[in-house]
Design a protein around this ligand. Structure first.
Ligand SMILES: CC(C)(COP(=O)(O)OP(=O)(O)OC[C@H]1O[C@@H](n2cnc3c(N)ncnc32)[C@H](O)[C@@H]1OP(=O)(O)O)[C@@H](O)C(=O)NCCC(=O)NCCS
Length: 183
C-alpha cells in the first residue's frame, strides 16, 4: 500500500501501488469519466501513466495521488500535483493540480475535499509560489471546481495543445497564488 500524504474528513490521499492500476482501470476507464480526456485508454496507457506518476513522486515529492474513502477503503480516483509539461505553453515546470474521480463518487464534494488537501500540500509543504489547473470549456464539472477553490480564470495563459483536435482545444487555465490561497 502506498504512503499516506494527507488525510481529510472523509478521504485519504496516498501514493500509488502497482496493484492500483487494475482497480483504477476497473472504476475509472469509462466513457463518462474519460469524456474530456480523450476517451477510454488501454492497459499500456495506464502502465505508462503509473510510471510517470511514480517518477514524479520520486523526483519532486508529489504526484497525482490515489484518493481513497476512509470509511470503506474504496479507491475513488486521483487528485494531486504534477509539474506542468503540456506542449504549446510556457508554463512548463509550474505546479499543476489535477483530479479524476469515478462516476459514482461525483457530486458529493469529494473532489473539492481532495483538492483543498492538495493545495494545502502545495503551498504549505512544497512551498509552491502558485498552482495552475487545466481543462477545456466543455468540462464544466472541472472548471466549476476550480472556481469553487478560488482559482482565477487566466485567459492570457490559454493555449492550443497540439496533441488534441478542436473538441479538446484550447486548454483553458485557472491559477491561484500562495497569497490568494492563504487569504
Ligand atoms: C471534475 C470532477 C473531479 C468533479 O468531482 P466532484 O466530486 O463531483 O466535484 P465536487 O462534488 O467536489 O464539486 C465541486 C464543485 O463543482 C461543481 N460541479 C461538479 N460537477 C459539476 C458538473 N458536472 N456541472 C456543473 N458543476 C459541477 C459542484 O456543484 C461544486 O460546486 P458547488 O460547491 O458550488 O456546488 C469529476 O466530475 C470527474 O472526475 N470528472 C471526470 C474526470 C475529469 O474530467 N477530470 C478533470 C480533467 S480537467
Amino acid at each position: 500500500m502506498g504512503a499516506i500524504i494527507a488525510e481529510t474528513e472523509r478521504l485519504m490521499l496516498r501514493t500509488w501501488d502497482e496493484a492500483d492500476i487494475d482497480a483504477f482501470m476497473a472504476h475509472l476507464n469509462t466513457p463518462a469519466v474519460m469524456r474530456w480526456l480523450g476517451g477510454v485508454q488501454t492497459r499500456a496507457d495506464y502502465e505508462a501513466a503509473y510510471q510517470r506518476i511514480t517518477a514524479s513522486q520520486a523526483e519532486h515529492g508529489h504526484s497525482f495521488w490515489i484518493v481513497e474513502r476512509k470509511d470503506d477503503g474504496e479507491l475513488l480516483g486521483f487528485c494531486g500535483l504534477k509539474r506542468f509539461n503540456s506542449e504549446g505553453s510556457d508554463l512548463t515546470g509550474s505546479f499543476e493540480i489535477g483530479w479524476r474521480l469515478r462516476e459514482d463518487a461525483w457530486g458529493k464534494g469529494y473532489a473539492r475535499e481532495a483538492a483543498i488537501a492538495s493545495l494545502d500540500y502545495a503551498f504549505d509543504v512544497l512551498g509552491a509560489p502558485f498552482v495552475v489547473a487545466l481543462t477545456v470549456q466543455g468540462n464544466a464539472g472541472s472548471w466549476r471546481l476550480m472556481e469553487r477553490l478560488g482559482m482565477e480564470r487566466r485567459t492570457d495563459l490559454d493555449f492550443v495543445d497540439p496533441r488534441y483536435g478542436p473538441e479538446l482545444n484550447p486548454t483553458i487555465i485557472y491559477r491561484i497564488g500562495s497569497d490568494q490561497w492563504k487569504a
